[in-house]
Design a protein around this ligand. Structure first.
Ligand code: AGP
Length: 613
């Protein structure tokens, strides 16, 4: 939820840190700060974005070959200069940046106050840096030992980088519950919340595990150890596959638009090597690893949040339809607290783009303790949720920078489609011909999306008509009911127009009272899904002067003759239609938000990765 960058080596640290923070702003952008180590520890920090920090630093001396930076999403203490990271110990000897929440910070603060410490912010982070300082003074140990001993008393989630005025040749880092990765360069080292800040310098990385810390020393390199036992850890060195240009905007005005247009490739990458349509083979190592549990499962549970929860709903329709296994889709934040009935026969699928969503992570830890088998669908390699599961399948959608999830959603739906097809064949519930036909059809989806993305003129025209609306209703049936929910979420989270998704038939049970000539009603109406019923729903809306915007097959005639505005999609089997019907809804929300002058990539109040409850 916050972004951290650190550097130690021979280069100037400041530009590396600033560029890295800019790439991490999707993790939070309430405030930003840097600490530069050059004889002294110099801290610059400010409420606002990284650009505001750069303005603050201006032409001041930034020469340093070691340093760290932070971009914040507020949890304790409102966004302000004094609550901005980095935070320093009272005497300025130690400086620290932190991503996470220290749950016992109040008790630690009370202890420190009895020892004479005073505080200038409302943050848990300032307590942490002073607690480390207190331990170091009390026990007269090196920085890394003080960090270790202090963290043994800390309860909560953290990814931290600590620097000391007196031990300026090292960064000390530690991880519990929030992500931290170390980039291994040629006699230079990077630490960050994800790998994007150092990709152009090195692709060799160590992902710290929970309960691990490391000393990153200018001359001695990296030593990873256990916080609890002090034992050295032989950490795995990953060779990263991401490349820098994949995280730039690539000529689009916004990351969100780039990511909408990346969907043909993202879906291709998701089933690459997994779907062999001509051979009728679906090959997924993660499914093979838990094959026995899947085939014996009485039910499958899906836990997720937000857009990922919507992809889980599509997964429910797919798996029940094709594999005849009962599926329950749960909001992770509810599931983890409602004392659910769980058995060792349950298979739980955790869906998370970031792989760091706290509620989803907590939900699967609970399910794991109950003996359930956990399968993950994540987009970030090495993320906390990915490493918590027994097996999984990465979506391989590439970095999703825009806060509003787009390509991750369709990639998640693609994985669910592969799972449902694989299960249906394994259980014998899916006729061979239908299985083979769907494999071929799925393989052709990227081209269908690419053709639909050839022009968004119709979407722009409709966006101009509805951009000043105060409400909107999204209606869908069957597989497209979850798409109605997702379309509504997209509109409200980036354009701030209130929108609701509903099963189309539900409208007459209440929401129809909302319909008037000011209410845009977006109806998802492919011919493959309950078309005649949708036609009736369209007529009900028109009878009340509602503005119908219909997502219809390109060769549709009936609804096109009734609706004020339509957007054409490529026809498909109903079970594959969410991959297509979602696209115009993403574009519609994007264009409405742009026309309203909203910050599309960083909508107000939101962050890309919600790593607190
Ligand atoms: C997506 O458009 C939303 N910004 C948000 O609901 C998101 O899907 C949710 O926070 C879950 O994130 P995750 O997939 O990284 O777990």
């Amino acid at each position: 939820m916050c972004g951290i960058v650190g550097y130690i080596g021979a280069r100037e640290a400041y530009p590396i840190i600033i560029n890295g923070l800019k790439r991490l702003e999707y993790r939070g952008y309430d405030s930003a700060g840097v600490c530069l180590s050059n004889d002294a520890l110099r801290v610059f920090r400010k409420k606002g974005k990284v650009a505001d920090l750069v303005d603050l630093v201006g032409n001041q001396d930034t020469h340093a070959t070691a340093g760290m930076g932070h971009t914040r999403w507020a949890t304790h203490g409102e966004p302000s200069d004094r609550n901005s990271h980095p935070h320093s110990s009272e005497d300025g000897d130690l400086v620290l940046v932190h991503n996470g929440i220290i749950e016992n910070y109040a008790a630690l603060k009370s202890l420190l106050q009895t020892k004479g410490y005073t505080f200038s912010s409302d943050t848990d982070t300032e307590v942490l840096v002073n607690f480390i300082h207190y331990v170091q003074q009390l026990e007269d140990v090196k920085l890394e030992e003080a960090v270790r001993r202090a963290l043994r008393e800390v309860v909560g989630a953290y990814a931290i980088v600590v620097m000391s005025r007196k031990e300026s040749n090292k960064l000390v880092v530690a991880k519990m519950g929030s992500p931290l990765v170390i980039g291994l360069g040629q006699e230079e080292y990077f630490v960050a919340s994800d790998a994007t800040p150092f990709l152009e310098f090195t692709k060799r990385a160590i992902y710290l595990e929970d309960g691990e810390m490391a000393v990153v020393h200018r001359n001695k390199g990296v030593r990873v150890s256990s916080i609890a036992t002090s034992a050295t850890v032989d950490a795995h060195i990953h060779q990263l596959k991401m490349d820098l240009e994949s995280i730039e905007k690539g000529g689009y005005d916004h990351f969100m638009l780039k990511e909408i247009y990346e969907q043909p490739k993202a879906i291709q990458d998701t089933f690459r090597g997994r779907l062999l349509p001509d051979e009728g083979i679906i090959r997924m190592e993660g499914l093979d690893q838990i094959r026995e549990q899947l085939l014996a499962a009485d039910r499958i549970l899906v836990v997720a949040c937000g857009t990922s929860w919507h992809s889980g709903l599509v997964g429910e329709y797919l798996i029940e339809d094709l594999a005849r296994i009962p599926v329950e889709v749960e909001y992770a934040s509810e599931f983890r607290y409602r004392n659910p009935v769980l058995t060792a026969k349950d298979v739980v699928i955790a869906v998370s783009q970031s792989g760091e969503t706290a509620d989803t992570l907590a939900a699967i830890k609970m399910a794991k303790e109950a003996g359930a088998t956990i399968f993950g669908i994540c987009n970030v390699v090495g993320s906390s949720i990915a490493r918590e599961t027994h097996a999984g399948a990465y979506t391989h959608a590439g970095p999703e920078i825009g806060v509003a999830s787009t390509k991750a959603f369709t990639a998640q739906v693609t994985v669910f489609t592969l799972i449902a097809l694989w299960l249906g064949r394994a259980k014998g519930t899916l006729a061979e011909k239908r299985y083979l036909d769907l494999c071929q059809e799925l393989a052709g989806i990227p081209d269908k999306i690419a053709s639909m993305l050839q022009s968004d003129a119709q979407t722009v025209a409709i966006a101009k008509k509805i951009k000043d609306s105060t409400n909107a209703l999204y209606l869908g049936r069957g597989y497209n009911f979850p798409v109605a929910l997702e379309g509504a979420l997209k509109l409200k989270e980036i354009s701030y127009i209130h929108a609701e998704g509903y099963p189309a038939a539900e409208m007459k049970h209440g929401p129809i009272a909302l319909i008037d000539e000011h209410m845009p009603v977006i109806v998802i109406a492919p011919k493959s899904g309950h078309y005649d019923k949708i036609v009736s729903n369209v007529q009900e809306v028109l009878a009340r002067k509602g503005q119908i915007i219909a997502i219809v097959d390109e060769d549709d005639t009936e609804i096109r003759s009734m609706a004020k505005d339509t957007i054409g999609i490529q026809p498909s089997s109903e079970c594959l239609s969410p991959l297509l019907t979602t696209i115009p809804l993403q574009l519609l929300s994007y264009h409405v938000a742009v026309l309203r002058g909203c910050n599309v990539d960083q909508p107000r109040n939101l962050a890309k990765s919600v790593t607190v409850e």
